[in-house]
Structure formats: structure tokens, C-alpha cells
Design a protein around this ligand. Structure first.
Ligand SMILES: [Ca+2]
Length: 326
């Protein structure tokens, strides 16, 4: 097989669903993963780095892992260990890896990778702290990034941290705002896409386990606590996988069956709606009555908001990727 033409950088706050997304990327013949950069989010950045290394090692992959921001730009880190377990991987006691992270800081790695690979595809699975810092330090990287798939936000629907906000955006709204308004070609994969029929149900879980590999077993086991927590939070059974769904949309853009381009702003001030992804779904920013609220220049900078996922297609891709690792 010829080597894939698509080069991808993954930024992750590696916990249980991130790990599954990493596996999908590392096993995919469609892309070359140039780097994994780690950010504080679900767990502190040192733990997230260990989790990324565990996953890379489990995949037998040779991809550099870089540690990045230990806290949001202006706020203290508030992790989601209640959801993912204290170690972020369901507290199963995964052994430390032989691999170690690179000495270079993640922000430097993002800049260097983007400058070295014009057309780079970027996917973010955690708070946007690293990416915001990279853009601020070297704005030229924006022109080299052909896609920026962001798992984050709750466009026009309920949040999972507060009624208004999804975790990744809520943790570091200032960083999210910088990225959203940077001119990057954002594809916004909101949390709502990972709910309801997109959740791995009992049958799906049995199907994954039937693959019978250590990797397939790891996918289910490391999400054990997240499975419980998702039920506590939503009353829905099964394993919800926001990051792997974002990865599926990176790998196969056609899995987005409904999407449209809109101006997206991030609330950074209000305590009530901190981290809200405000989507201009009806393009009212073009209305002159909004001139004092919305800056027209920003309104030119639209993100692609994914509204509907091909659910059977997403599950098929997950199963195929895991089965191929046999
Ligand atoms: Ca994540």
C-alpha cells in the first residue's frame, strides 16, 4: 500500500474516549499521524500524556507524543475525573509505558509540524489551550492547516458541564474563542452528536468485544467509568464516544450528513453561559441592527457546524478499524 497523503496532528487531553479516537487514527490506513500533542483537560496534563503513551504503545505505533499546556490560558484547570476515573482511563491500573514523551513542548511541536506540512489536518479532542498558544505565537500556521476538526461545543442545544456549555470549550473559553476567530477552517463536532443512537449500545459493545483483541478489550474496559458516568448524567445506557466520532468525521467527511457554515462565537464573560458556543444559525449577524454586538469581520469567518451524523456509518468505521487490528 502506498503511504497516505494526508498528514494529521492530534491534540488531546487523553482520557477514555480520546484513547479510542487515537486508536482509530493510528490504525487507519488513510492518514499519517505526524504528532500527538497533549493538553490539560479531562485529567492533568502529565496523566493525559501517560494515557496517550499507553495508547500509542498498545497500538504498536511510532508517533511522537508532546506534553503541552498544564492549565487553561487564564483559569485554573477543572478536570473531569468524576467522569473518566482518577487516571482518565477508568482506573484499571494500566502499566506505565516504555515510551516517553518528547522533550519539545507541544506548542512548539504544533508550530513546527504545521510549518513543515502545508495542508496539515488538525483534530482537537480537548480544550483548545495548546492550539490558541500556537496561533498566537506563530499566526502563519493558520494558512498551512487545511482542516481543523474540533470536538467541542453544544451548538444550539444542552451542555454537559453547565446547561450552556460543553466541557472542552467550558474549560478554556478564552482559548476556544481565539481558535474560533483565528481563520482556521473549523469543523465543529458538538457533544450532541455522540448521544442517543450514536452511543455504543449493548449489542455494539458485544460486537467490539467479539473482535477479541487486546485493543478491542481496552476500548471497552478503559471506558468503564465513563459508561457509568454517562448514565448518571443522562440516564442513557451505553458508551458515549465524542472524540471517536470527531475522528470518524476527520477520516470520512461524508459521515457528516447535515452541516452548514455559520459564525460561531464563544462566551467568555458571563458566569451563567461561560464557554457557550453561540452559533449564528440564521445569519442574523448580517443584520445592521446587530452591528454593535457582532463584528462584521468576524462574521466572515464561519465554521462548518455538523448537525447530523451517519450513525451506522460511524459505528461501521469504528468496528472496521478495530477489526483490522486483529
Ligand atoms: Ca477529550
Amino acid at each position: 500500500m502506498s503511504s497516505p497523503q494526508r498528514t494529521v496532528l492530534i491534540d488531546t487531553d487523553t482520557a477514555s474516549d480520546d484513547a479510542v479516537a487515537l486508536i482509530m487514527a493510528l490504525r487507519s490506513p488513510q492518514i499519517h499521524v505526524a504528532a500527538i500533542t497533549v493538553v490539560a483537560g479531562n485529567v492533568p496534563v502529565e496523566q493525559a500524556t501517560r494515557n496517550a503513551l499507553v495508547t500509542v504503545e498498545l497500538c504498536g505505533a511510532d508517533v511522537p507524543v508532546y506534553t503541552g499546556a498544564a492549565k487553561p490560558l487564564q483559569r485554573e484547570l477543572e478536570p473531569a475525573t468524576w467522569f473518566h476515573g482518577m487516571d482518565g482511563l477508568g482506573d484499571c491500573g494500566y502499566a506505565p509505558t516504555h515510551r516517553i514523551s518528547e522533550p519539545t513542548h507541544a506548542v512548539d511541536a504544533i508550530i513546527a509540524t504545521a510549518l513543515r506540512h502545508p495542508g496539515l489536518e488538525l483534530i482537537t479532542l480537548g480544550p483548545l489551550t495548546n492550539i490558541a498558544q500556537a496561533i498566537q505565537r506563530e499566526p502563519r500556521i493558520v494558512d498551512n492547516i487545511s482542516r481543523c476538526v474540533v470536538m467541542g461545543g453544544a451548538p444550539c442545544c444542552e451542555g454537559n458541564v453547565t446547561p450552556a456549555a460543553e466541557f472542552n470549550i467550558w474549560v478554556d473559553p478564552e482559548a476556544a474563542r481565539i481558535v474560533m476567530l483565528s481563520g482556521l477552517p473549523i469543523e465543529l463536532v458538538g457533544w450532541q452528536l455522540s448521544r442517543y443512537d450514536a452511543v455504543l449500545n449493548e449489542h455494539d459493545i458485544d460486537q467490539v468485544l467479539a473482535i477479541g483483541t487486546p485493543l478491542a478489550e481496552f476500548v471497552i474496559r478503559c471506558n468503564g467509568r465513563a459508561r457509568e458516568a454517562y448514565f448518571e448524567q443522562t440516564g442513557e445506557h451505553g458508551i458515549s464516544l465524542p472524540d471517536p466520532i470527531a475522528m470518524a468525521l476527520l477520516l470520512e467527511p461524508a459521515l457528516a450528513v447535515e452541516a452548514s457554515d455559520h459564525y460561531v462565537e464563544i462566551e467568555t464573560v458571563s458566569p451563567l453561559t461561560r464557554g457557550m458556543t453561540v452559533v449564528d444559525r440564521l445569519d442574523v449577524t448580517a443584520d445592521s441592527r446587530n452591528a454593535t454586538v457582532w463584528k462584521t469581520a468576524h462574521a466572515q469567518n464561519k465554521a462548518k457546524v455538523i448537525w447530523k451524523l451517519d450513525v451506522p456509518g460511524w459505528k461501521r468505521l469504528l468496528m472496521t478499524t478495530l477489526a483490522a487490528s486483529k
